[in-house]
Design a protein around this ligand. Structure first.
Ligand SMILES: Nc1ncnc2c1ncn2[C@@H]1O[C@H](COP(=O)(O)OP(=O)(O)OP(=O)(O)O)[C@@H](O)[C@H]1O
Length: 246
């Protein structure tokens, strides 16, 4: 694992266009046409605004903020699912995103087959995946369900499999969104222990959560987002203290 693993965002802003359903009269349509405006009304919305961040090797970063603050959008931008509208992004290191349960899974394939599919999407070779296959199966504790199509899995079962894959292939950068939502208490305990091991291998972790205790436990740095802007960035206890007493 290289020491140069890092994520750098320079002045990153991201704009969404919200298309609005609106009943437009024939007269308005005609006026739009004459003025050269296209049909359909859109409103611009800046989900991220001038974000400057450097996340270095060994950092475990928690992202906190109100609903709609831009946390998931920030993760998706780091994973290159969204292209910044302005600014630039540099990511050095292999990224394993664990963003939406079931993303990168084929519902018709079994859990075991999805280890290979999901692993390949994460950029790992078949031989590397064969080495981790049994360990992943064991961690999920899915029993015979591992050979059943994942379309029959519950949310919690999906999550066990997705989490086990993402944390067994030893990515340099692990990106997690609300990781433990839907998991049972026993799984959460085992997942946290596994996570601590992953974090000890000194990669980068970027973790979005509304669960203060998890952020406190896993992260050594916290970024507080508010309406798409960074309002605080620093040691976990300092930023959480400010965030919780806002
Ligand atoms: N694809 C999209 N198109 C348009 N708007 C979007 C899109 N994705 C997110 N948004 C909007 O961008 C804003 C930020 O959303 P985001 O999901 O990043 O928030 P969040 O901080 O993760 O919220 P939560 O804590 O509720 O998960 C919200 O207002 C959301 O409605």
């Amino acid at each position: 694992m290289s020491d140069s693993t890092e994520i750098v965002l320079s002045d990153v802003s991201l704009r969404f266009r919200l298309y609005q359903e609106k009943n437009v009269s024939l007269k308005e349509k005609f006026a739009d046409l004459l003025k050269g405006r296209t049909a359909g009304h859109s409103k611009e919305f800046w989900a991220l605004q001038q974000i400057n961040l450097r996340i270095a090797h060994g950092e475990r970063v928690g992202i906190v903020g109100h609903n709609g603050a831009g946390k998931s959008t920030l993760l998706k931008t780091i994973c290159r699912i969204y292209e910044p509208t302005n600014g630039s992004l540099q990511v050095c290191g292999k990224v394993a995103p664990l963003l939406e349960i079931g993303a990168g899974f084929n519902p018709e394939l079994s859990g075991r087959e999805n280890i290979f599919l999901n692993g390949a999407i994460l950029g790992f070779r078949k031989s590397e995946l064969r080495e981790i296959e049994e360990e992943v199966v064991e961690f999920t504790q899915l029993g015979d369900f591992i050979n059943a199509p994942v379309k029959y899995y519950s949310t919690g079962m999906y999550m066990k499999l997705a989490f086990a894959i993402a944390t067994s292939v030893h990515p340099e950068i692990l990106i997690l969104d609300e990781l433990f939502a839907g998991g049972d208490a026993e799984f959460i305990d085992r997942a946290q222990a596994r996570m601590a091991k992953f974090v000890d291998s000194s990669s980068i972790l970027v973790f979005v959560s509304h669960q203060e205790s998890l952020v406190r436990q896993l992260c050594n740095r916290v970024i507080w987002l508010d309406h798409g802007r960074v309002v605080a960035d620093g040691p976990t206890s300092d930023v959480l203290h400010r965030y919780l007493n806002k």
